[in-house]
Design a protein around this ligand. Structure first.
Ligand code: NAD
Length: 358
């Protein structure tokens, strides 16, 4: 069986991670790239020896392109995904799946109608520490979860927002630290903790007031249906990109992710269970798991299975963010049970309409 033909839309900061992962996978081949900025597209194509376009819709007409990665600003994820699905392509979109759960529903409906695979890039779920933590939770070794703590203290200054102006614009990014940086931690918290009953939080702009329209600091309390409680804090106002902290407190012990290492404490003893491979360089905080996630996506296409991170699953973090904004403005708990939009997505991941046609 030949390699899956891939195209990437958006050749900015995250592009190289996707293009390198496609090249390394051995299951896929980069055919073309598209960027609205011709020089950016041309440079990317020269680096990876592929075709380039400035109009992604034109690229979608190429029959050798079978799957498309969306690496563009958040507000474009939904429309580009739907265009690609309707052109008969499978899609892997960068996080967040969209800037609202309403858009996520439209994307899920398009994937179902077109019978194509649609996956979302939450690569941190592929970190060895995340995989092991989830395995231990599922095994029941530590009993039920009582609480989860997630803390993200990173540094993003005015230069970061000036580099790509969409990042600080509410209509284009959909939010700030919550939707762009801390969404990975919110996603892991719900992945570990289970279904959410309600959320209450606050979002604010502290250090970049007057520079960006979006939040740079936020906190929340998450009430899970199983009775567990989540405590979240995220900010882009720290002076450094410090490692994300996650604690999972269970009936018979606890798990802690610290500096890319997973520790379990049980009967008063603390042991190191596993660690993530360390990334180096400027973008080290993005981790190394894009490669694993992208390779897994192409394995799924070959097998015709849908055990990638589905839109229904990935939209939960977008719902959490909507909930934090809603409660921040209205001063009340945001009830997930009332959010029919998310409920309507449930079950679409394993749709029988998806065709294993690669
Ligand atoms: N998973 C992760 O850890 C991770 C890390 C970084 C970025 N991201 C995500 O990747 C996406 C892109 O982020 P980025 O930092 O690379 O952004 P960026 O601004 O650096 O790059 C975006 C690119 O999209 C191009 N673009 C804009 N409109 C376009 C259009 N209509 N057609 C074609 N190209 C268009 C821009 O010219 C730019 O080159 C975002 O969703 C972001 O959240 C994910």
């Amino acid at each position: 069986m030949g390699k899956t033909g891939v195209a990437i839309i958006g050749c900015g900061a995250v592009f190289g991670i996707h293009a390198d992962a496609v090249a390394k996978s051995g299951l896929a081949e980069l055919i073309a790239v598209a960027d609205i900025n011709e020089r950016t597209a041309e440079k990317a194509a020269a680096r990876y020896n592929c075709d380039y376009y400035t109009d992604y819709r034109e690229m979608l007409r190429d029959p050798s392109v079978q799957a498309v990665h969306i690496c563009t600003p958040h507000y474009l994820h939904a429309s580009m995904t739907i265009d690609a699905l309707e052109a008969g392509k499978h899609v892997l979109t960068e996080k967040p799946v969209a800037i609202s759960t309403r858009e996520a529903v439209q994307m899920a409906e398009a994937a179902e109608a077109c019978g194509k695979h649609l996956a979302v890039c939450f690569q941190n779920r592929f970190n060895p520490t995340s995989v092991k933590a989830r395995e231990i939770i599922d095994s029941g070794l530590l009993g039920d979860i009582k609480g989860i703590r997630g803390i993200v203290t990173w540094h993003r200054d005015g230069d970061y927002y000036a580099e790509s102006s969409w990042r600080g614009a509410k209509a284009k990014a959909g939010g700030g630290v919550l939707i762009n940086q801390a969404i990975h931690t919110l996603d892991l918290m719900q992945w570990f903790g289970g279904e959410i009953e309600s959320i209450r939080g606050h979002a604010d702009t502290r250090c970049l007031r007057g520079i960006i329209e979006v939040d740079d600091t936020a906190e929340a309390t998450i009430y899970f249906k199983n009775g567990a409680r989540g405590i979240f804090y995220g900010t882009n106002c720290f002076t450094d990109n410090s490692p994300v902290l996650i604690d999972i407190h269970c009936e018979k012990g606890s798990l802690a992710i610290r500096d890319g290492e997973l520790y379990m404490t049980r009967d008063g003893k603390r042991e190191l269970l596993t660690c993530d491979q360390t990334a180096t360089g400027e973008k080290a905080y993005w981790g190394l798991s894009h490669e694993k996630l992208i390779n897994h996506f192409y394995e799924c296409l070959l097998r015709g299975t849908a055990d990638y991170i589905s839109i229904a699953d990935a939209a939960v973090s977008v719902g959490m963010i909507e909930g934090i904004y809603d409660s921040s403005v209205n001063g009340r708990d945001y009830i997930f049970g009332e959010q029919q939009i998310l409920k309507s997505l449930t079950g679409q991941a394993d749709s029988e309409n998806i065709k294993p046609d690669i």
